[in-house]
Design a binder for this molecule. Structure first.
Ligand code: DGJ
Length: 544
């Protein structure tokens, strides 16, 4: 009797144990990690379903995703343009029409539609601010202006803009965002359609360099918060140059009011606003991350030219104030430029300062944009790019962008592998910069404007990377590649074994023409003709 009982217990335990194992196995299948960022050797990659992923995105016009009917034709259109991700506005007013009453039906339908079309989403949380203004808060916030206080600018003008200095504003926004992220976790925590969240849109004060409400004035005349001073002191040698030189004006003072520490003027005001916007945005992001910690970012309307703080939103997450934002934004993973400026490369460089991960949520969809994506991804290891207003793209814009995205989509696995070894070159060559040299795969790799029988292309662009010893793979248009030994004074000559064009079909290489004769300048160069945008493989050998 005693013996049988013991056997029964063992049998039951075995069943429970196997059931548990079985459950654990199923759970593991369904529970690949949620989207997250991993930094390895100073390269940050976005992991989706435990694999690195490059966002080939497109941002919708502001109001498109407010209507499912309006969206119906857009899903297919986007897919046909080789996008893998849609940046999709979500407005606070639609999600919390009455205080504390949430309606997530639109969110669920957008996610379901994205899944049906095999697309991912990045949601843009348009809440307290969008382009510096506050048109997206619900009516109960807009009308409740006595509780949800507004910013005041010069001459005492109250703005239709929520003030960062009002606790009720912060709490209401953070509570709504927290509820949204809880819902997204429940609806999408296993399928990972939603990859990231943009928190607010292009924050900052317009029309003045700082908020001049009573609460803002009190904070401005109080000592600079110790938390910020501690950060600045700790990072003094590595601060972005703009902050360092501004702080240097006071001899790097470590206490005092804002103007005592950073000097008087609009640039001081900009730092003050950056501290206050970053604190607010971080609180909203943190409330969301507590529920569902996928990557989150803040985007910036860029400065430039003679624009003064207030001409552009003062206090937004610009490269020039990155350290102020970094000092307290533990829940914000990266600062992203809305990059319409023509000095694309330099702006990318600025937004990779201080270890910032590059993501471009908005940019031009023109031919320039279609070339620039190779700079963001191939040169600066961007985790993604996204032209703006993709539901209204002209056919001309669609054409080149679609080709760039096709190349990037096919080459993403190679880029993601080789960027960890610093073996990827993303470039544009033009009349100003006709030749660029790289050290790659044990060779000097010279990339230049393509040229044949005296006819030179005017622009070339693309990506080239190592593909095993003596082998390279690349994609793009209008450039040629030559190889040289690295060793100084070496007499070796690097010859071309062969060049093949082709495509990747679900990761499988499908070779096309063997490129020889004029197509590789009689063996003198690996060419990417300017009349097409393609992928080619090249292998080389060395002779003395
Ligand atoms: C930048 C904003 O972030 C977008 O929402 C949109 O307003 C574009 N500007 C328009 O160019």
């Amino acid at each position: 009797m005693k013996f049988t009982g013991y056997k029964t217990i063992i049998a039951l335990a075995t069943i429970v144990f196997s059931l548990f194992n079985c459950y654990a196995a199923i759970a593991q299948i369904n529970n690949s990690s949620i989207p997250h960022l991993i930094r390895q050797d100073n390269v940050v990659q976005l992991f989706v379903d435990d694999k690195p992923f490059i966002i080939l995105g497109g941002e919708l016009n502001n109001s498109s995703s407010s209507s499912l009917t309006y969206m119906q034709p857009i899903w297919k259109q986007v897919k046909s343009l080789n996008f893998n991700t849609l940046l999709t506005p979500l407005s606070w007013e639609q999600i919390e029409p009455q205080e504390g009453q949430f309606d997530f039906s639109l969110v669920d339908s957008l996610i379901s539609n994205a899944r049906q079309n095999n697309l991912h989403l990045v949601f843009l949380w348009l809440a307290s601010w969008k382009n510096g203004m506050s048109s997206y808060p619900p009516v109960w916030v807009k009308r409740g202006y006595k509780k949800y206080k507004r910013a005041v600018i010069q001459n005492g003008q109250t703005q239709e803009v929520l003030s960062t200095f009002c606790e009720a504003n912060r709490q209401a926004d953070a509570a709504a965002f927290g509820a949204l992220m809880k819902h997204i976790r429940e609806f999408d925590g296993k399928q990972h359609t939603v990859l990231m969240m943009q928190v607010e849109n292009e924050v900052g004060i317009l029309g003045d360099s700082r908020d001049r409400s009573d609460a803002a004035n009190a904070a401005f005349n109080a000592p600079v918060p110790q938390e910020l001073i501690t950060y600045l002191v700790k990072n003094k040698e590595n601060l972005v140059p703009e902050i360092k030189s501004q702080w240097a004006q006071s001899g790097f003072k470590t206490s005092g009011k804002w103007e005592e520490v950073f000097g008087k003027g609009p640039d001081c005001d900009k730092l003050f606003m950056a501290w206050n916007y970053s604190g607010y945005v971080n609180e909203v992001a943190a409330a969301g991350k507590k529920e569902y910690p996928i990557p989150m970012y803040a985007n910036a309307w860029l400065d430039g030219g003679n624009a003064k703080p207030g001409d552009f939103p003062s206090g937004g997450p610009l490269a020039s104030v990155m350290d102020i934002w970094k000092a307290q934004t533990t829940a914000v993973d990266l600062f992203a430029p809305d990059l319409y400026a023509s000095d694309y490369d330099e702006r990318c460089q600025k937004f990779t300062q201080r270890g910032n991960t590059l993501f471009i949520p908005e940019m031009n969809s023109s031919d320039d944009g279609a070339r620039n994506v190779f700079i963001a991804i191939g040169k600066y290891n961007g985790i993604g790019v996204s032209p703006f207003g993709i539901d209204h793209l002209s056919d001309a814009d669609k054409s080149l962008f679609t080709k760039s995205y096709s190349i990037l989509q096919q080459l993403s696995p190679f880029i993601l592998k080789e960027q960890l070894k610093k073996q990827v070159a993303g470039f544009i060559v033009d009349e100003k910069t006709p030749v660029i040299n790289y050290e790659m795969n044990g060779y000097r790799v010279e990339i230049s404007l393509d040229e044949l029988f005296g006819h030179r292309a005017t622009i070339g662009y693309g990506v080239v990377m190592a593909d095993g010893p003596g082998s390279f793979i690349g994609g793009g248009s209008g450039f040629r590649v030559r190889f040289f030994p690295l060793e100084k004074g070496s007499k070796s000559i690097i010859g071309i074994d062969g060049v093949t064009e082709g495509t990747f079909n679900n990761g499988e290489w499908v070779p096309g023409r063997r490129l020889n004769g004029d197509e590789d300048d009689q063996g003198r160069a690996w060419r990417f003709a300017s009349w097409q945008v393609g992928i080619e493989k090249c292998s080389i050998y060395k002779y003395e």
